[in-house]
Design a binder for this molecule. Structure first.
Ligand code: PLP
Length: 405
């Protein structure tokens, strides 16, 4: 029969939309796609300066800071590097927790820069322990530790660190170390307060809660971090805050900026403001609560062990021993056109991750939970059926607060 009637095996068309339920990159709303679909303009001209100068205030609001924010044309990893090279010197001590794949990668980066990293191992099921930070800092009488570096939302495990408690622990030890926080998968999803929580360098990225394509990253910096940058001896050029500052003052960048992404960022900030940032957090809280209720009803475990540390932007689910989480994800992708996050490093093949961050609402999550449940059955992964329905009931009752983490 004519392939017009039977379809072609080469044909890539699949009806309906692709469910991108990854914990980043996330779904990009049409408004942002449209905003980025503009011709390049002169990045040393007045129109560009007007665009750029208009962005800094909005980005400050997202980080909840009155201080400086630097924007780099890079993925989030670049902003990790920027935080290190602007404030530290080779041989400086830093305290870090190996609590997930991104924490681990940041530790590896710190080592490559010649930092003396005190690594606290964890079981990758909990966030950094504030009490341990207090003890470590109290023991460091000579103040060798120059920075405590933590990931706010460990995307690989669905564990959210208690930054406010970590700050309080640092204060209780009366130690001058800087606090660096990776907000790459929490910014624009969960409450985050750079100034109030006394964070010295917050690291952000564009492709998660900000709903943008990958390619923009941020450093929000405190005055203390700026002071540290004046004496820090790490070589720096591309990431140099001072070079950025001099150019940013008039709305420019030291090199070719990611023009289209900056137009997208303007739209993203408008959208967050239209919904209201606190409502954005409430929506993520609701989505996280619903996802966890479904997982519990399936009789499965989240990677996160501490109810106080559940992430509201990503839920990482352990599959029972002897079952292959990647084979399950393959079925879900092929059969239902849905991409779920996989397990990284020590969790490879052992977990799947449901992203519910950024441009995501109740029905998108409901569909995703339905697809997960059907996939669990198809893959022969032992579970109790009905988790997706439990999630739906919670949506209907709107009673997610009583189930709050
Ligand atoms: N930190 C966290 C928490 C992340 O989730 C990621 C990426 O997913 C990174 C850092 C690395 O960012 P990028 O891949 O944008 O360089």
């Amino acid at each position: 029969m004519d392939t017009f009637y039977t379809g072609t095996s080469e044909g890539s068309h699949r009806a309906g939309w692709h469910f991108l339920q990854l914990p980043g990159p996330t779904n990009i709303p049409q408004r942002i796609l449209n905003a980025t679909a503009v011709p390049a303009i002169d990045h040393r001209g007045e129109d560009f300066a007007e665009l750029a100068l208009g962005l800094f205030d909005g980005v400050r609001k997202v980080f909840k800071t009155r201080g400086e924010v630097f924007m780099f044309p890079s993925s989030g990893t670049g902003a990790w590097e920027a935080a290190i090279v602007n404030t530290l010197s080779p041989g400086d001590g830093v305290l870090m927790f190996d609590s997930g794949q991104f924490s681990y990668l940041w530790i590896e980066m710190a080592k490559r820069f010649g930092l003396n990293v005190d690594v606290v191992d964890t079981n990758w099921r909990c966030g950094p322990d504030p009490e341990m930070i207090a003890t470590k800092l109290a023991d460091d009488k000579s103040h060798d530790i120059k920075a405590v570096m933590v990931v706010h939302n460990e995307t690989s495990t669905g564990v959210t660190a208690r930054i406010e408690e970590i700050r309080a622990a640092m204060n209780s030890a009366n130690h001058p170390a800087l606090l660096f926080v990776d907000t790459i998968s929490s910014l624009g999803c969960m409450d985050y307060r750079h100034d109030e929580w006394g964070v010295d360098v917050s690291i952000g990225g564009s492709q998660k809660g900000l709903m943008l394509p990958p390619g923009l990253s941020f450093n929000a910096v405190s005055e203390k971090a700026v002071e540290a940058s004046k004496t820090a001896k790490m070589p720096r050029c591309y990431w140099d805050w001072q070079w950025m500052r001099e150019n940013n003052a008039t709305g420019f960048f030291p090199y070719t900026p990611a023009i289209q992404l900056l137009y997208g960022l303007r739209e993203s900030i408008s959208m967050l403001g239209e919904e209201g940032l606190e409502n954005v957090f409430k929506r993520h809280h609701r989505l996280g609560t619903i996802a966890r209720a479904a997982v519990e009803a399936w009789g499965l475990d989240t990677v996160c062990e501490n109810p106080k540390e559940h992430s509201n932007s990503v839920t990482a689910v352990l599959v029972p021993a002897g079952h292959d989480a990647d084979a399950f994800r393959k079925i879900v992708l092929e059969k239902f056109n849905m991409a779920l996050g996989g397990g990284l490093n020590r969790y490879a093949g052992k977990i799947f991750r449901i992203g519910h961050m950024g441009h995501c609402n109740d029905l998108m999550l409901a569909s995703s939970l339905t697809g997960v449940e059907a996939g669990l059955s198809d893959a022969g992964i032992p579970h109790i059926s009905g988790g997706a329905r439990v999630g739906q009931s919670l949506m209907a009752s709107g009673n997610t607060d009583s189930k709050a983490a």
